[in-house]
Design a protein around this ligand. Structure first.
Ligand SMILES: [Zn+2]
Length: 127
């Protein structure tokens, strides 16, 4: 069976769903990938996004929030505790919000392109 490409990686990522069927949940925990898709039975143990999503978030959010914090400091010059009160929850919240769909996107792209480093070239081997 190779019905895998009916689901777009972006769609699977936004809903944190299986990269093949787009129905089963990808995660068993907050960031722990489920062993198997509950809908189509795809073996998800082979899915491994590594540090990719975290690196992209660090670089992307850093590029966004550091200039923003510098600008806020230059314009209003708030005290350090105000900076802490603004940026710690903002960065933490954004990170927690984006890490799941970003990891799901990486896994969906690895599935779509049969990325060999992640071992996903064997995703459909048992079928
Ligand atoms: Zn599935």
């Amino acid at each position: 069976m190779n019905a895998g490409w009916s689901v777009s990686p972006l769609q699977a990522a936004l809903h944190c769903r299986c990269p093949r069927c787009g129905k089963g949940r990808l995660y068993g925990g907050y960031l722990e990938v489920a062993d198997r898709c509950e809908s189509c039975g795809l073996d998800l143990k082979k899915a491994d996004s590594g540090d990719g999503p975290a690196v992209f978030l660090i670089l992307g959010l850093g590029a966004l929030f550091v200039p923003l914090a510098l600008w806020v400091d230059a314009v209003w010059a708030p005290s350090k505790w105000v900076h802490m009160a603004i940026w710690v929850p903002t960065v933490l919240g954004t990170t927690l919000l984006l890490i799941r769909p970003l990891k799901a996107y990486f896994i969906a792209l690895q599935y779509r392109h049969r990325a060999s480093d992640s071992g996903t070239e064997d995703y459909d081997k048992d079928e």
